[in-house]
Write a protein that binds this ligand. Structure first.
Ligand code: NAP
Length: 266
């Protein structure tokens, strides 16, 4: 199924930087009308300035996806300003690099609050609009769902949960006209990667390459998309033989991360 983004009302979270910012730029090239949400209003304005290079304007939607009330009002404002919502994209996310033995329940709560519950909140608020437009929901999972990387376990739990939410919702919305797409980005050079030294040796996409793969997935209506060969390859190796998958993944780890001798990375 082909989906034409021209003149479509697209709202995305995570629009202040990284992948979300690059997606906004690509959407502008496609002629979409865009709403961008994130907490940092100044960086949202920077994204809007970049998007204006394509002669498009963005509706700025300052919002913390960890807050129910802010999400509801963000979605209402977006629908009002854009005259409805055709596509809603859950891109906002946070990460945490920490051995699971040391992660606290508060670490899980903080990451889940944004990655899983932020996605759930935004989705539930956007669904009435998407049902009206028979539109698309796009959820961003991660390569981490395709194969486990050590020290990113809390983040991995949140992204597995996003993938499960997305896949189940796709089944539940069957027949409503709303389609749910899940994207599994490979490692991407953004602030997030900088926070994860364990990924320092992994081949990375630029945010623009990742954004182009995401927008192409929307145009093709592809249910699940890996943005590069690496997650496809790791996923195949892991499905075939998880032990082999572990071994291949370890090849990408910086030396100091391959064998943990004592305390954190000790
Ligand atoms: N980079 C990678 O290697 C990689 C790989 C696979 C998947 N991903 C996923 O891709 C998505 C984007 O990641 P990225 O690399 O672009 O990260 P990034 O550069 O750190 O950007 C994260 C974005 O999420 C927003 N955000 C974070 N917490 C938020 C909150 N509570 N409320 C609203 N917005 C919030 C940030 O905006 P504010 O700080 O202004 O709120 C920012 O716009 C994430 O879901 C991430 O898990 C990334």
């Amino acid at each position: 199924m082909k989906y034409d983004l021209r003149d479509k009302a697209v709202v995305l979270t995570g629009g202040s930087r990284g992948i979300g910012r690059a997606v906004a730029w690509e959407l502008a090239k496609e002629g979409a009308r865009i709403g961008i949400a994130a907490r940092d209003g100044e960086k949202l304005a920077d994204t809007a300035r970049a998007v204006s290079e394509h002669g498009s304007s963005c509706v700025l939607l300052p919002c913390d996806v960890a807050h129910d009330g802010q999400v509801r009002s963000m979605v209402d404002r977006a629908a009002e300003a854009l005259g409805g919502i055709d596509v809603f994209m859950n891109i906002a996310g946070v990460t945490l690099e920490k051995p699971l033995e040391e992660a606290t329940p508060d670490d899980y709560r903080r990451v889940m609050e944004t990655n899983l519950l932020g996605t759930v909140r935004c989705t539930c608020a956007a669904l009435p609009h998407l049902k009206q437009s028979r539109g698309l929901l796009v959820n961003i999972a991660s390569i981490i769902v395709r194969t486990p990387f050590p020290y990113l376990g809390v983040y991995a739990c949140s992204k597995w949960a996003v993938a499960a939410f997305s896949a189940t919702l796709r089944q539940e919305l069957y027949g409503t006209g709303v389609r749910v797409l899940t994207v599994f980005p490979t490692v991407v050079s953004t602030d997030m990667k900088d926070l994860e030294p364990v990924l320092a040796n992994s081949p990375a996409q630029s945010p623009q390459q990742c954004a182009r793969a995401i927008v192409q997935a929307i145009r093709r209506g592809k249910v699940e998309t890996d943005t590069a060969i690496l997650p496809k390859f790791l996923s195949a190796a892991y499905c075939l033989a998880p032990g082999l998958g572990d071994m291949i993944t370890r090849l990408f780890l910086p030396r100091e991360y391959r064998i943990r001798k004592g305390g954190a990375y000790g």
